[in-house]
Write a protein that binds this ligand. Structure first.
Ligand SMILES: NC(=O)c1ccc[n+]([C@@H]2O[C@H](COP(=O)([O-])OP(=O)(O)OC[C@H]3O[C@@H](n4cnc5c(N)ncnc54)[C@H](OP(=O)(O)O)[C@@H]3O)[C@@H](O)[C@H]2O)c1
Length: 291
């Protein structure tokens, strides 16, 4: 596999992590609900990622629920000292697979305990508050009560660092007034660039920005421009989308999700892609065309 160090590192909490990480959401069953279709393969993907140098894994106890964290524990525990596992708090799953807000102080404490038990940890490396005002996109509204509750849990030592997800720029600022924020995790990719200004602000502050759905998530990115640029550099469209993100800003950390060893290998190989300037200009046009 490619040497992922070529893509560089960025600060996440109190460690420098490789900019190529891994998102574990695809390891749960269909609809992120229930066990993996192939548990052995899920374990193999996690071990291959870490063997290739991945030291940043994104997860949540509401993937499955519980199952994804249990698979991570089975695959990787005892964990390498350099591995940073980032989780999300603030939701639970209904019996029908629905995503339900769970943001009271008791809910959040239970969420931490679930993560610690299922991952087999004494403390969470990084916990993102998953803002649930609107499940699908950031929407304004105070997050002070929820973030304050997480800051209390951080003071108790069961969370080491805090981040925030699905948040507006105002909510990021509100959180920063309560406790240090080490990462922001929002929807962003070559076709969805609503967070451009926020990314630049966070870069100036040395804070990591971790795009979710870097490949489009449940609706994979499709664009003639993306395919054309990919063909011109001898890469796949998905690799090109990831290479564009790496190029976009040094504080962007990638967590593409996959349940496939082949796709994992393709995603990590992006570390070796150096996008020519004319390719970047063409790719920048994708979001302008859809704006
Ligand atoms: N904070 C939040 O609210 C939030 C929301 C969603 C996700 N997340 C996190 O963000 C991570 C990334 O998002 P995501 O996994 O939903 O979406 P994604 O990374 O944008 O895309 C994943 C999809 O792309 C496919 N894929 C991956 N690599 C590929 C490749 N090289 N070629 C072709 N297809 C490829 C995967 O299928 P295969 O399995 O077949 O490869 C899967 O269908 C998640 O794993 C999760 O940790 C956070």
């Amino acid at each position: 596999m490619t040497n992922i160090s070529k893509a560089g590192t960025f600060r996440l909490g109190d460690r420098d992590v490789h900019r190529l990480g891994y998102g574990a959401m695809q390891l749960a069953g269909p609809g992120v609900f229930g066990p993996p279709r192939d548990r052995d393969q899920a374990i193999a993907v996690l071990r291959a990622a870490v063997a290739a140098g991945v030291d940043h894994i994104d997860t949540s106890d509401f993937y499955g629920p519980h199952v994804t964290n249990q698979v991570i524990r089975e695959a990787l525990s005892p964990y390498p000292a350099a591995l940073t596992i980032v989780t999300k708090l603030g939701a639970v799953r209904g019996d029908d697979g629905s995503w339900l807000p769970a943001q009271s102080p008791d809910d959040l404490k239970r969420g931490v305990e679930d993560n610690l038990r299922n991952l087999g940890l004494d403390a969470i490396d990084v916990a993102n508050l998953r803002v649930m005002g609107d499940v699908h996109a950031p929407s304004e509204g105070s997050i002070a009560a929820q973030f304050g509750a997480l800051a209390d849990l951080q003071r108790q030592g069961i969370i080491r660092h805090l981040g925030i997800s699905n948040a507006t720029a105002n909510q990021v600022r509100e959180a920063q007034d309560i406790a240090p924020v080490v990462c922001v995790q929002n929807l962003y990719n070559v076709a969805h660039r609503e967070d451009d200004a926020l990314i630049d602000t966070l870069a100036e502050q040395g804070i990591a920005y971790v795009p979710f759905f870097p490949l489009g998530g449940f609706s994979p990115l499709q664009s003639t421009t993306l395919s054309d640029v990919a063909a011109s550099i001898g890469a796949t469209a998905m690799q090109t989308a990831l290479a564009w993100l790496l190029r976009r800003s040094p504080n962007i950390l990638l967590i593409p999700g996959t349940s496939s060893l082949t796709h994992l290998s393709e995603n990590l190989a992006v570390a070796a892609i150096d996008l020519p300037e004319e390719a970047v200009v063409k790719l920048n046009g994708i979001a302008m065309a859809t704006a």
